[in-house]
Design a protein around this ligand. Sequence first.
Ligand code: CTP
Length: 417
Amino acid sequence: MARILLGVTGGIAAYKALDLIRLATAAGHSVRVIQTENSQRFVGAASFAAITGAPVLTSEWERDPARGAFPDQPTPEHDPISHLELVRNADCFVIAPASANTISKLASGAADNLLTSAALAASCPLIVAPAMNHQMWQHAATQANIELLRERSVTIVDPEVGSLASRNEWGSGRLAQPATILSAAEQIVPAGARPWDGRRVLVTAGGTREPIDAVRFVGNRSSGRMGFALAEAAAARGADVTVIAANVDLPRHAQISYIDVGSAAQLEEAAREQFPSCDLLLMAAAVADFTASEPASGKLKKDGRSELELTLSPTTDVLAALSGLRSDGQTLVGFAAEHGPDAVEVGRRKLASKGLDALVINDVSGADIGFESSSNEVTIVTAGGDRHVPKADKLAVANEILDAVDELDRAQARVPG
Ligand code: CTP
């Protein structure tokens, strides 16, 4: 848990700060907001006050009704002498979105509003997430200001490349994903503050592709969303996370390490290498059970054939193989796509046959859950019983799965780290 002071400046991306607060509070952090006057043209103070549960400050001249306290702190009996009490109580100060103008003021040391004064007075780590038009971001002045801030140990969460607010505009300058900004903040709050600090988590995500020839493959519909959500949720709890990503085309997080693989054999090689140094394996990837026995080195031609026979041979069951190599203290979670009334029964058998601590059964019967969808509905099977997680977005489901891992630890009296 950390006390995050969030500075919001003027820009269309100000609405994303609401999402950032939602993620931060869901992860157990306490948040207060300072806005610039211009940012209130985009999102009003009432929205920020409602989701933080605390007053929002804009000017040096207004009283803070919470007297500098964060929502998890008692309000002091007396008004603090300084209006900067808030920044003294913060574990980190995140400015998101940070406009070109505010970045320029931060670089020059200006203190012409509460937000810039707070930044100047902050002894806690400062994190700046820029968001602006592509030309403004690329401008030499902005880039020089950013370099100066980096030299002063300010953490910059680089903007993303993509479509920008103005119609038909594309380029760099789009605010980083709220989850990326939050994990940047979580990486620099004092060690030991988060429940999974020190825990090493290995996640496999996506779906493997088995080559038939130089350009074709046998694949599956797994998008990697569930695995990436698990990685994000584990990183938010403080874990040191590595993802083995099989053909995943999704945004990445600066605080997570990624190893890209294509086929089941490549995934197996990477997993065998990484597994010995992990405390928890979350095997969410859809690994092919069969691979082409003799993939062609070039591109197969039709050559007037009326049919083409493809011979497949079995791959290694990576999860079962790793389970056979496990050492004390390692937790293994498998995933299985099942459907029908006996799904849990089948899952229970897989739990035993693969030697797992938990098996997450993905119901693939509904069209709007699983695979490419952003939501999921699962049943978590452990030796202690079943836990049904109703349909929710994949990050929420990921957090339920991690809670189940915490329960396993408590049952086995294992402490993370
Ligand atoms: N798995 C694996 N290696 C494989 C196949 C699957 O590590 N070659 C892992 C998956 O990552 C997942 C779990 O095993 O965590 C899924 O197990 P299972 O349901 O046995 O995989 P399927 O092959 O889909 O099962 P079935 O035989 O029922 O089709």
